[in-house]
Write a protein that binds this ligand. Structure first.
Ligand SMILES: [Zn+2]
Length: 172
């Protein structure tokens, strides 16, 4: 099902947009997962590959239900599931909150420049990756999320031991 058309960058029908958006959400008993076009992590509005507007599904969900997002603030996930759009799992925060939240959950990843061939995954990150695997995220998605090579994700997926994971990270 294609997203509603937009003209002049304005949404013709907010109701149609909301109906389309929520129609592409899987409401599990816990998280509500965005499954619509654009796939993981993005919503493309306006149709086709040259869609004029792209937005994160959780930001769109917030705007459709809670209202506009103040400038400079971000929508954080209490559940830590990136494509979850359930309002009760989302909270408004600063980018700083988001980073602090990430650190608390053990998924803070060093900036790209600090990583090199000797970089290791922390045990907490490995556990997060295992959680993502258990939630059914694809290897490529997980690799991109943690900026690691897909074979490292595959090793975790196939239950290889932690020392092998670290070895794989070093040589990736
Ligand atoms: Zn959730």
């Amino acid at each position: 099902m294609a997203p509603p058309r937009t003209t002049d960058s304005r949404l013709e029908s907010l109701a149609a947009l909301a109906a389309w958006f929520w129609g592409n959400v899987d409401r599990t008993r816990d998280c509500w997962l965005w499954r619509g076009s654009g796939g993981y992590g993005r919503v493309y509005l306006g149709g086709g590959h040259r869609a004029p507007l792209q937005i994160s599904p959780h930001r769109l969900a917030w705007m459709l239900t809670a209202g506009s997002i103040p400038e400079g603030l971000v929508i954080c996930h209490a559940c830590d599931v990136p494509n979850c759009v359930r309002l009760s799992h989302l909270f408004l925060g600063t980018q700083r909150d988001n980073i602090r939240d990430a650190a608390r959950k053990g998924r803070l990843i060093p900036p790209r420049g600090e990583r090199n061939g000797r970089a290791k995954l922390s045990e907490a990150q490995a556990q997060m990756i295992s959680g993502d695997i258990a939630r059914g995220l694809r290897t490529g998605v997980i690799a991109a999320r943690y900026d690691i090579s897909p074979p490292v994700v595959s090793m975790i997926r196939h239950g290889q031991r932690w020392k092998h994971i670290r070895k794989g990270a070093r040589t990736a």
